[in-house]
Ligand binder design. Structure first.
Ligand code: FAD
Ligand code: EPU
Length: 335
């Protein structure tokens, strides 16, 4: 147990907030004794790579860094493999591990920062695939009963950047492992965005999952700032899902508005477009601001306070609402 430590190295925004207590969890068995520690029940935060949090102030409780390791092949047949992966594994290392074995399913989710345990929290997604597409079940430690419980896919209530762990069960469980079903006969999914175009530029005709992963990595590296260079947490807001009536009205005013149909009633709009049109793209306020190439990414150029970024986010939300009548909600977890 460490005391009064800086969390700067433990969040990709690079916010220098402090934790009263800090414990690195390496074995499941340590949880039972950790549960006797007062702060465990009063105020504790389980952390992975810190790539989807904004530390708004010092954390006056216990931060538990999830470093549980291990990848286990549970079962396999001629078509599929079932993998159980400990929550502290690094997400992209898992993706690389599966690609090296030609097990398909995770390639479109290449290079998402963070650890495996946080992936169900918001049902991570990118380039036309979400965690739920390969998810089987997870094990979690119920902080109240101090028991291991299993959640199947339905119980996780996955939706776009949502799960039960972000809503009614927020803060109640520590995810210990996830189990995934991957394919030994991968179906290539290159429908989304610029993947097909990028593969063409790479002169790839019959892409393998490794090619798809390489293309996704190339696109992501060209679009998103590297947190090692500029503090950020990826998309700060979710893309709003809005009524088609409002979409039609907006299209009348803004013919260039990009629209992604969801169903016969709703469509998803890129929050980045709304924020850019509202004039925020590239705006800087000293040591923090809105990224110059991706308006959905708020950045810390070094030394910013979480509170500054939170206030900036609120100003952007209010402005987008007053200009377009659309509420954009944060994807990032405010701590
Ligand atoms: P953390 O930030 O450590 O935690 C996030 C939340 O989950 C916190 O509330 C935390 O308490 C909780 N949590 C963490 N671990 C556990 C656990 N074991 N049990 C219970 N709760 C837990 N996300 C996408 O979906 N798609 C993207 O394409 C994407 N791109 C990104 C690009 C960049 C450059 C960055 C910086 C972020 C991006 N993200 C993306 C967001 C982020 O990487 C993901 O949400 C990731 O899953 C967060 O993992 P983490 O380990 O860093 O979580
Ligand atoms: N756009 C702008 N201005 C910008 C940037 C983008 O107008 O500054 C418009 C463009 O029209 C573009 C559209 O927004 O076509 C969408 O942009 P992009 O393809 O970059 O995707 P995004 O909607 O910003 C989403 C996810 C990302 C994920 C990518 C790829 C959300 C909130 N974000 O970004 O996830 O990697 O698609 O699938 O859904 C994350 O969650 O942290 C994240 C990075």
């Amino acid at each position: 147990m460490k005391e009064n430590i800086s969390l700067k190295a433990y969040n990709t925004f690079g916010i220098d907030a402090r934790a009263k207590f800090f414990f690195e969890l390496k074995k499941r068995e340590e949880l039972s004794s950790l549960a006797h520690f007062n702060s465990f029940h009063d105020k504790s935060l389980i952390l992975g790579g810190g790539s989807n949090i904004l530390l708004c102030k010092d954390f006056d409780g216990l931060v538990i860094l999830n470093s549980l390791k291990g990848i286990e092949l549970i079962k396999e047949d001629e078509n599929e493999v079932y993998l159980k992966v400990a929550a502290g594994e690094v997400w992209h290392d898992l993706v690389s591990y599966t690609i090296a074995r030609s097990w398909g399913g995770l390639e479109n989710l290449s290079l998402i920062p963070g650890r495996v345990g946080a992936s169900p929290m918001q049902n991570i997604g990118a380039y036309g695939v979400e965690l739920k597409d390969v998810f089987y079940e997870l094990e979690a430690w119920d902080k109240e009963t101090e028991q291991v419980v299993v959640f199947n896919k339905e119980q996780c209530q996955f939706a776009y950047r949502e799960s039960i762990f972000k809503k009614e069960l927020r803060g109640k469980h520590i995810i210990l492992s996830i189990s995934l079903v991957l394919s030994k006969k991968p179906k290539i999914n290159i429908e989304y965005g610029a993947i097909a175009e990028t593969l063409k530029l790479m002169k790839v005709e019959n892409p393998t999952i490794k090619d798809v992963s390489d293309a996704v990595i190339a696109i992501r590296s060209s679009k998103l700032p590297n947190p090692k260079e500029i503090g950020n947490a990826g998309s700060f807001f979710k893309n709003p899902v809005v009524d088609l009536k409002l979409v039609k009205e907006l299209q009348g005013k803004y013919p260039s508005l990009p629209v992604y149909t969801v169903d016969e009633k709703c469509a998803k709009l890129p929050a980045a477009w709304l924020i850019e049109q509202a004039g925020w793209k590239g705006k800087s306020f000293g040591n923090y601001g809105v990224h110059k190439n991706q308006a959905l990414v708020l950045v810390n150029y070094g030394g910013a306070k979480g509170e500054d970024i939170k206030n900036l986010a609120h100003s952007i939300q209010a402005d987008v609402f007053s200009k377009f009548g659309i509420e954009i909600s944060p994807e990032v977890n405010f701590i």
